[in-house]
Design a protein around this ligand. Sequence first.
Ligand SMILES: Cc1ncc(C[n+]2csc(CCOP(=O)(O)OP(=O)(O)O)c2C)c(N)n1
Ligand SMILES: [Mg+2]
Length: 802
Amino acid sequence: MTENPQPTADELRILAELENKVLWLASWTIHHANHLRENDDGVKVGGHQASSASLATIMTALYFRILRPQDRVAVKPHASPIYHAIQYLLGRQTRQKLEAFRGYKGAQSYPSRTKDLGDVDFSTGSVGLGVAQTLFSSLVQDYVRAHGWGLERPEGRMIALVGDAELDEGNIFEAILEGWKQGLRNCWWIIDYNRQSLDAVIREGLWARYEALFKAFGWDVVILKYGSLLNEAFREPGGERLREWIDNCPNQLYSALVFQGGAAWRRRLNDEIGDQGPVTRLIEARSDDELARLMTNLAGHDLPALLDAFGTVDHDRPICFICYTIKGFALPFAGHKDNHAGLMTPAQTESLRAVMNIRPGHEWEKFEGLSTAPAKLQRFLDGVPFAAADRRHRTARIAVPAELPVTMQPVMSTQAGFGALLNELGRGESEIADRVVTTSPDVTVSTNLGAWVNRRGLFARERMVDTFKSERIPSTFHWDFSPKGQHIELGIAEMNLFILLSALGLSHAINGERLIPIGTLYDPFIQRGLDALNYACYQDARFILAATPSGITLAPEGGAHQSIATPLIGLAQDGLAAFEPAFVDELATILAFAFDYIQREDPGEASERNWLRDETGGSVYLRLSTRPIEQIKRAMSSELSQAIVDGAYWLRRPGPNCQVVVAYSGAVAPEAIQAVGLMAEDRRDVGLLAVTSADRLNAGWTAAQRARERGLVHARSHIEKLIADVPSHCGIVSVLDGHPATLAWLGAVQGHRVRPLGVEHFGQTGSIPELYRHYGIDANAIVAAAATLTPGRPIRHLKALP
Ligand SMILES: Cc1ncc(C[n+]2csc(CCOP(=O)(O)OP(=O)(O)O)c2C)c(N)n1
Ligand SMILES: [Mg+2]
């Protein structure tokens, strides 16, 4: 290995000093936040001191020596104080932010791509997700390079620092399986094997399960157990006996002895193996302190061992390092099973101060208490390879056509329209088409991506022909795998879909190559991967999600697949603009918008046109349906397309004496249209509002209200403008195939009474008419609601409800 030659003794000395410094700064950051900062509410803010200390040595080795700028790291959430301390030493974090750790606009409790200063690669916090994201980021790196992009840049390693209990999260194993299928490379997972979780000491021998498991999926496994002091001791007479004792020592006992210290180690060792000649001499030759240092000398706290293990890797196979560590290493509660939320007392911090040689008032100084000359330390830090470049790429936008062509059928579903739109896109030649990458968890065909995949092929690093095609067996799908393919076929795990979308959707920042990711899945299964979707949005990854079929409208698919909560997810999920179009021309408009929207990154203020933060962009969720409905023949004016994107337009404008407005979203459009027709003779000037995005409509309204409260009295949102002239006595019946609360708020905009229709219970199978009747979202139910809500003569077309 030429890249990471063995460190010199001098470098080792500096790294050891930095390790102490990192531990001190992290400890002081936590101490400051909990004991020194003015605290409004008197509540301790915590800081996971023990969990953080666990990784101090490993992260020192990585950040100050092993990592290269192109490497990307997901840091275990609770190692945040250590991470921030390292960034501070590298000049990428400020003292001010450290002083405000866990406070308003301070360094974040868990490393955050969006909320911390610029150098966090992957946000973490919900354990397991950041880990899996490194795996998918490796796959995305391979995808980008296989397409010939970014080859001028060196390949990076995707590295996760993983808590041992973090491996309880099932999504990690789903990811490992997918990684194996896709030929994962350049991925390191470094397990902080401290044998403690939040509540518990972990099961004996877990490492052996991990080892077998990772090996089964083609990973190399490197177990880093003992540090150099212990290894040397094992070579002394009696050393083997000592090794045997430690190997057989239960995790609980080991932890307890770590906590108790040297005298306790001596007592216990003497009790159990003390009468065995040489090993007694080995023990007795050491003072209590020396014995404690020896017995806690695990490889995860041994810099030379770590540097050697990481620095000598000369291949790109995925590696799982199992690093034995001690939770809270070098701190007074090291090893104690209750230490997860443990905070050092001021007196304990003072003891650490003494050990670290820090003068009062000099706590934040980078080189305080170190014996190497400051200039030399600074020179070392200036030469740290990882910090040599600005690591986050800025990437130009890809041009998006104003309109997307689509072949319309007179009767068509939005899902079919989605397939047709992508088919057209795939047929043409454009940069945007080349940058689109689609993916689906085993529902490619059933979400209508088949035609696109026929045109653009499946991605794999190695070519694989479609045997059905080569054998000339007729099939609708010709699916060859190649490095140029643009569809990533996933197994069924929806968590993997969202984490892959998150990785694809950060490619512009991580690989410097922009992708336009589109993922498809069945709408109900959004909930299966919801935390991963939330995590993708939190990281500001950019992608389009097409969820179909949805609602109870998927009737023949059965009750188990009906989704009713997803429109509320669309409404509430930050960073995700949700649309539920009814007609394919609406979808074409929304998709063209989405291609542009997912590329926007201006930090600017919200536009005063609709009060949405459109300039900042985000991801897009399309809730689509398999229900074929009659399309409206119309020209798409720019006014209409703007209204569709803003969230609603009048399909039938209400007259001045309007008594009823029907506001609908999505696949129930025919019922809404029909209901308006049925009421026309008995209620005056009925209006029909097509809601294409309850989410954007609601967000604009909320933002405009906030603006008015700040004194911008003329602020008006799209929905306020739309219904400004609807008389106050008018009632609104809202309806969608989803939870009624999605549109119920419409009444609060101008004080209209609302009867929100929708689906609250689910599970019944049947045809669409049967189910719409059963759940009360058919034309009859809309008319009945209108009749009850608004005074007037009986509506003659109202049938008796079943
Ligand atoms: C999805 C999720 N569930 C629960 C938590 C709460 N939690 C935080 S840390 C932790 C245990 C962590 O143990 P481990 O990964 O071994 O890290 P250590 O503290 O030992 O370093 C738990 C349950 C979380 N952050 N995310
Ligand atoms: Mg642990």
